[in-house]
Design a protein around this ligand. Structure first.
Ligand SMILES: C[S@@+](CC[C@H](N)C(=O)[O-])C[C@H]1O[C@@H](n2cnc3c(N)ncnc32)[C@H](O)[C@@H]1O
Length: 865
């Protein structure tokens, strides 16, 4: 694959795609297994194979083809796999115990010779699944492999080059005799995927559970290499992670990998004493007052009722609430003597005047020195941070975990943070803010070297002391600025994600008919193929590439990392200018992370926009002015953003208001659905499947209604946080099967619609126009008559003419003719019956019945045709 691949959708129809189509494989990824097997030959001798994450079934087809007849092949995936001869499939999550039990039941006492894993977390499929990273999925598959693999067996897995890569390899090497990482030619160069073939399973009698625990395996490997005793190799790190979890190492950025606990409590004391309060707020769900001392704080006047309520559920707080909590923390720290508030300067000066006569110049000099020392300490602190990030980046580079260009960008990479965006991620935003300043130095100020140990000690002392009111104010406003930055970043991310979701939805609807067959019979829908065969990672990669290529407008709001690229691209900038830009970037409200924006753009924050955000928000508006699209979406909300997008708009139900969001029964939605169905008929394969089942008497209405009452419908929504309900409404849905017949029916309807003669439509339109022109002509004639009348005032004429023209311009209503059944005295009598207004026609009862039965017969004939 020497040539660079095209980035367009068509460009992705490479030779393996075509080959897969030709040879009847459901996904081009089938060739990855073919090539791996060609190199390691593990399928030919295998009698039993389990494919984890197997949909749409490309690998299963290969296994079925290459393995001996009568061998057992099992495929598992979150999504159903269309039947393949000789293959048993299960639809379940490989990380669950249910999956293990299903495989166990199927295999009984057997063990597998080969376990395959080609999984990639499905972004957007389920909230909880999103939280799993690729590496964790690999570890979960390894967990199944060690249980079901025969001694000497082979485990093939897909891993991505990331910080966890080496840790995974190390774990594999502990369990298998031979471990080899390879990238088959059919794996796209743009994809970070690598396949690891682990052979000769050692089948140890006892396997340390830590080997399979993401918490232990994926701990940080940044520092030991940096400290010098293990440069370039991560094996020792992994060793330490697995065997010495008690050793305190620095946390990875972001959430602990493998820490899947969704609810976290934090002691109030920890929050108050923490040097990273925003981090604490970002990670925890609740602040608790459990110790004696903490309970005492509840009685303080500064701990108002609001503060207590805020501590109770951090996940539903708005920006103002967070500010209040941070202020409370500062106040409490002063109360506890953790922060020393220095006496006002004037007071000091006065005392000095009383005790001794101090030279005024000397006083100024001292003050200046104090300020200078303060500034120097701050600068040291920043330098140290910059240095840490630089070391980390270089070390990653050494470990070949990142390309040089990725330095500083990695944390902004959506693909590396899949699934975390919904979780409250202030930490991430804060990290981003620090990094932005630091990375600026990494590029623009190479000579800025790190501080010594001594400096670090200085710094920790500095952190604890607030020198003056001014300092305190500055601290507070810095926190506020940080929060604002995070809010903007979250909002940006939400917008971005929302637009991606809409594009995806639009594509899905368009490609609904093609989706059914994996690689469909047409070339049209490449995106489906993509999603089937390469999982979400490649999609992310591809999107990243497209983002790179896309307009600079997008870049302007991509956060500092992208801005940094732009700076690099402008060598013409004089150095001083460049420095000024960095300083500017550092002092301005820092460009926010997207995660922060997503968080703050939820509905709970809507009310805050006008009040809490006031000036900050305005300034953000100005900053964003370079991007008209952004501005529009900011000012007119999500819905209007949709209108401006350059793709087919999928009808969306307005969920702008809270009442809609809390519409527990979804009545509005149902009504709108019903209206849509009445107007356009069934347009979704699931619905057609159910309708066909009804018609063919395979199910009954009662059955369907009963089926509607599932675990999805009966969950109580009381007291659940909004973010949770929001996510549940998106992802926690029943999986309704779709039949091929339904898809065929839908296709047929689409074809019929397409085939509707254009000529007839044009004729009907022409007739309509003609009628309208006649009506207008008639109205004009009448108007002329009115105008010619002499015994009317001008205003009367004007009124009448206006009414006539209005009537002429509007569509003529069809006059309804009432059918009156002549009964009793009216039978045979001519004349208007009593109480009947407008047009009517008199019929006798017999005639009406005859007409009705004739119509029924005609209708029946038409259906029978
Ligand atoms: C790249 S595709 C596999 C393609 C497959 N090897 C083939 O050749 O057809 C990745 C699959 O992983 C599945 N997957 C992701 N997370 C999973 C999980 N937790 N449990 C089961 N399957 C999962 C997805 O549904 C997706 O079908």
């Amino acid at each position: 694959m020497g040539k660079a691949q095209k980035k367009t959708g068509k460009g992705r129809l490479d030779k393996y795609y075509k080959l897969a189509k030709e040879q009847g494989y459901r996904a081009r990824s089938a060739f990855k297994l073919i090539q791996l097997n060609k190199k390691f030959a593990f399928l030919e001798s295998a009698r039993c194979c389990v494919d984890l994450c197997a949909a749409p079934g490309g690998w299963l087809q290969v296994a079925s083809k290459y393995m001996p007849a009568n061998s057992v092949i099992i495929g598992v995936d979150l999504v159903p796999i269309k039947p393949i001869p000789r293959v048993v499939t299960f639809t379940t999550d490989i990380t669950t115990i249910q999956c293990r039990n299903l495989i166990r039941n199927e295999l009984k006492d057997w063990k597998a010779d080969v376990i395959l894993h080609d999984g990639a977390p499905n972004v957007g499929t389920a909230w909880v699944q999103d939280a799993y990273s690729q590496s964790e999925l690999v570890l979960m598959s390894l967990k199944l492999a060690v249980e079901f693999l025969l001694k000497g067996g082979t485990f093939v897995t897909k891993v991505f080059r990331s910080a966890d890569y080496n840790n995974l390899l190390w774990v594999f090497s502990q369990l298998f005799g031979k471990v080899e990482a390879t990238k088959p030619p059919s794996s796209r160069n743009v994809s970070a995927e690598i396949f690891v073939v682990c052979r000769e399973f050692l089948a140890p009698k006892h396997i340390d559970p830590k080997f399979l625990d993401p918490k232990h395996v994926f701990k940080d490997l940044t520092l030991s290499a940096a400290s010098g005793h293990d440069k370039g190799s991560s094996a020792n790190n992994a060793h330490e992670n697995v065997f010495m979890p008690e050793k305190r190492r620095r946390k990875r950025d972001g959430y602990d990998d493998g820490d899947l606990t969704l609810f976290r409590k934090v002691a109030a004391g920890d929050f108050i004493r923490s040097s990273e309060p925003i981090n604490v707020l970002g990670l925890a769900n609740r602040i608790v007052f459990e110790s004696e001392e903490e309970r005492g704080w509840l009685g303080l006047s500064i701990t108002t009722h609001d503060i207590k309520a805020n501590c109770d559920d951090l996940k539903v707080l708005g920006k103002g609430d967070f500010k209040a909590l941070l202020k409370w923390r500062l106040a409490l720290r002063e109360e506890l003597g953790l922060d020393v508030r220095a006496k006002p300067t004037e007071e000091l000066t006065e005392t000095a005047e009383m005790t001794e006569i101090v030279d005024e110049d000397q006083q100024i000099q001292e003050e200046l020195e104090r300020l200078k020392a303060e500034a120097a300490a701050k600068a040291k602190r920043e330098r140290r941070r910059a240095n840490e990030i630089k070391t980390k980046a270089i070390q990653r580079l050494q470990l070949q975990m990142t390309a040089p260009l990725d330095i500083g960008l990695e944390q902004n990479d959506v693909s590396l943070k899949m699934g975390q965006e919904d979780i409250f991620d202030l930490t991430d935003a804060q990290r981003g803010l620090h990094r932005e300043g630091s990375v600026a130095r990494l590029i623009g100020d190479e000579e800025a070297s790190g501080g010594s140990e001594g400096e670090r000690e200085d710094e920790s002392a500095m952190v604890e002391i607030l020198d003056s009111d001014q300092e305190r104010e500055r601290k507070l406003s810095a926190l506020e600025v940080e929060l604002d930055g995070m809010y903007n970043a979250y909002q940006e991310k939400l917008n971005e994600r929302d637009s991606k979701r809409r594009v995806k939805e639009a594509r899905r609807k368009r490609g609904l008919l093609e989706e059914w067959n994996g690689i469909g019979s047409t070339n049209k829908d490449t995106s489906d193929e993509e999603s089937n065969e390469d999982g979400s990672w490649e999609k992310m990669e591809a999107r990243k590439e497209m983002d790179d290529d896309s307009s600079s407008e997008e870049e302007s709001n991509e956060g500092f990392a992208v801005g940094q690229k732009r700076l690099r691209r402008k060598p013409a900038d004089p150095p001083s200018n460049k420095k000024a830009k960095f300083i500017d970037l550092y002092e301005r409200p820092p460009p926010p992370s997207r995660a922060a924006q997503v968080w703050f753009s939820r509905d709970v924050f809507k009310g805050l926009k006008g009040h809490d955000m006031d000036e900050d928000h305005e300034s953000n508006d100005i900053e964003l002015a370079s991007n008209p699209v952004e501005i529009q979406s900011q000012h007119s909300g999500r819905e209007s953003g949709r209108e401006t997008d350059d793709f087919e708009t999928v009808p969306q139900y307005d969920n702008g208001s809270d009442t809609e969001m809390w519409d527990a029964d979804g009545e509005n939605l149902v009504n709108e659905h019903m209206a849509h169905v009445e107007k356009y008929g069934l347009s979704v394969a699931e619905a057609v499947t159910l309708a066909q089942q009804l018609v063919n008497r395979k199910t009954t209405k009662t059955h369907l209604i009963n089926d509607g009452f599932t675990r999805y419908s009966l969950n109580s929504k009381d007291d659940l946080p909004i973010w949770f309900l929001d996510d549940e409404s998106k992802y926690y849905k029943p999986n309704i099967p779709v039949t091929k017949e339904a898809v065929v029916a839908l296709r047929a309807r689409q074809r019929a619609l397409d085939a509707r003669p254009i000529k007839k439509i044009a004729e009907a339109k022409g007739r309509k126009k003609l009628r309208a022109a006649r009506r207008l002509e008639k109205a004009m004639k009448k108007a002329e008559t009115v105008d010619a009348t002499k015994d009317m005032t001008e205003s009367e004429k004007a009124k009448q003419i206006e009414a006539l023209m209005k009537k002429g311009a509007s569509k003529a209503k069809r006059k309804e003719t009432k059918v009156i059944v002549a009964k009793g005295g009216y039978k045979g009598i001519k004349g208007r019956p009593k109480g009947v207004k407008g047009r009517y026609t008199m019929v006798d009862a017999r005639m009406r019945k005859e007409v009705q039965s004739r119509k029924r017969r005609e209708k029946g004939k038409r259906r029978g045709r």
